[in-house]
Design a protein around this ligand. Structure first.
Ligand SMILES: Cc1cc2nc3c(=O)[nH]c(=O)nc-3n(C[C@H](O)[C@H](O)[C@H](O)COP(=O)(O)O)c2cc1C
Length: 167
């Protein structure tokens, strides 16, 4: 359980292409702590968001030029707990999940400088890696902390499962 969080709505961003892999198992295990929560899940590989093209429209009016991430970001803005679950690919997020992070640019312009996060809304990062992953985990946590700050969520913790290559 995440300390200090009343969790009714969970938004999950899932970043593995393998529906029954190690990341799915870690997520399943995490969610057993919240049997009564309403879970809304977005699979980055299924969504396959268009990448940010740096058109700067969001700098002008705070809106993205593309509409394919509207539901995802609405769910990120209204949840009590934001969970990003992903494998490590080359020390970072798999490219469809990296596209999700980059598409938060409108929220960067709206929120980041203000830096106000709601202490009641928490963000959790779940990671799996074939090897030790320590450096990758640090790097990915930094990216997730920015994402949380953009969405007004308070980063709570990273739970990592390294060494999946052994199984
Ligand atoms: C393209 C690719 C890149 C990967 N890069 C890394 C890496 O940099 N470091 C690491 O420890 N594991 C790496 N792995 C291994 C995965 O992180 C690991 O197998 C993970 O647990 C897979 O999760 P899944 O079962 O949910 O797909 C990589 C795997 C793939 C397919």
């Amino acid at each position: 359980m995440i300390k200090g969080a009343v969790v009714v709505r969970i938004t999950v961003l899932f970043g593995s292409p393998r529906p029954d892999g190690f990341t799915a198992a870690l997520l399943r295990e995490f969610l057993t702590d919240y049997p009564d929560a309403e879970v809304t899940r977005f699979d980055a590989y299924e969504l396959n968001l268009l990448p940010c093209v740096a058109c700067d429209r969001c700098r002008e009016d705070g809106r993205c030029a593309f509409r394919d991430a509207d539901d995802l970001f609405a769910a990120c803005e209204t949840c009590d707990l934001l969970v990003l679950a992903s494998p490590v690919y080359n020390y970072g997020f798999p490219s469809p999940m990296k596209a999700v992070l980059d598409r938060a640019q409108p929220w960067y312009h709206r929120n980041f400088e203000r830096g106000e996060a709601d202490p009641a809304r928490k963000g959790v990062l779940l990671l799996t890696a074939g090897r030790s992953g320590k450096y990758a985990f640090e790097l990915m946590e930094k990216q997730f902390r920015v994402f949380c700050r953009e969405l007004g969520v308070t980063f709570a913790e990273t739970r990592a499962r390294p060494g999946t290559d052994q199984f």
